[in-house]
Design a protein around this ligand. Sequence first.
Ligand SMILES: Nc1nc2c(ncn2[C@@H]2O[C@H](COP(=O)(O)OP(=O)(O)OP(=O)(O)O)[C@@H](O)[C@H]2O)c(=O)[nH]1
Ligand SMILES: [Mg+2]
Length: 373
Amino acid sequence: MGAIDDEILRLEDEIRNTQYNKATQGHIGRLRAKIAALKLEKEKRARGTGGGPSGYAVRKSGHATVALVGYPSVGKSTLLTHLTGAESESAAYEFTTVSIIPGMLQWKGASIQILDMPGLVAGASRGRGRGREVISVVRASDLVLFMLDKEHLEFRSLLAELEGAGVRVNQRPPKISVTHRDRGGLEVESTVRLTKVDADLVKQVAREFGLHNGLIIFREDAPVDSLIDVLAGNRVYVPGILAINKSDLISPAERASILERLGSHRPIFVSATSDQGLTELKDRIAEVLAFIRVYMKPPGEAPDLVEPLILRKGDTVASLLLRLPPETTQGFKAAQVWGPSARFPGQTVGKDHVLADRDIVTVVIQRGSRPER
Ligand SMILES: Nc1nc2c(ncn2[C@@H]2O[C@H](COP(=O)(O)OP(=O)(O)OP(=O)(O)O)[C@@H](O)[C@H]2O)c(=O)[nH]1
Ligand SMILES: [Mg+2]
């Protein structure tokens, strides 16, 4: 362990040994900011020397990628096999899976890549087990599918491992904006009354991140941790789903107590070996990934209503263009849209236009840019 690690541990100890109250919350906030800034520095150095996370090079494919995360032996590989047919060894001992195994789930017209991963253990975010690789895959995924079983119900600690590595599950980015300036010191503004931080603390935290001149605007009554997230800048926000596996071994009474404990996370009870609950699980995955279908209409021809392009809610014409063969989009001039996202049939729109499910789209290109046949 290097000097940075030692310093992080020392600061974490100090936080643990400081009673949290009104008088100390500023101090604790500054300590947290110091830790976050040190972690950032550590990552930067690791990248610089090439000694950082090797980053599992899993090629993303399909319309979206789902990462399977859970403790060892909860049944992740068994689920992958039952959902996708991909072979991933499963066994009654821990750490059966030691690399990342992809499978492809076809559901309601969409291809969903599912990545089976080694079991996550405590300390993963600090590099224990295969933690680093798992976390780097999670960072690049569109959805995390968490799996627990009745022997492993510590969902909080699983989340904490990801949190420690900058992954925010089922959260939205804080409404805090930071603008860097060349001079003039730090300015703090807010559109709401701030009860969790004051301007002094905000400035001190900003300085921990090397920000000495700039404007920070709070658009919600956010805690200091949200400010740290924004200043650190390398946070990823991903949706998550919780599945409780081996439900064939769970009695109704146990089920009720699990629901009492984890009900707020809307867990889905499944049994990977007996396929119980898998339809509900697949539906939930598709719902969260929010696929939309877009039909292409060549200029002056009828639309192709048989094979839609699969995009995701919030995708724009620009995202659509990326999915078409380059020769058909070269010289893009505009798009014409019929359907739910159009204000009137055949509306002409630009690349920023947000598409909707069941839109019909024609790509209009500059005259003379269509290649000769
Ligand atoms: N009863 C029951 N057993 C299951 C179920 N799903 C998986 N198992 C068993 O649980 C054991 C572990 O399954 P794996 O799929 O290897 O678990 P894993 O999460 O991939 O484990 P690691 O790769 O070690 O992290 C195996 O013996 C499976 O047969 C289930 O739904 N019910
Ligand atoms: Mg496995």
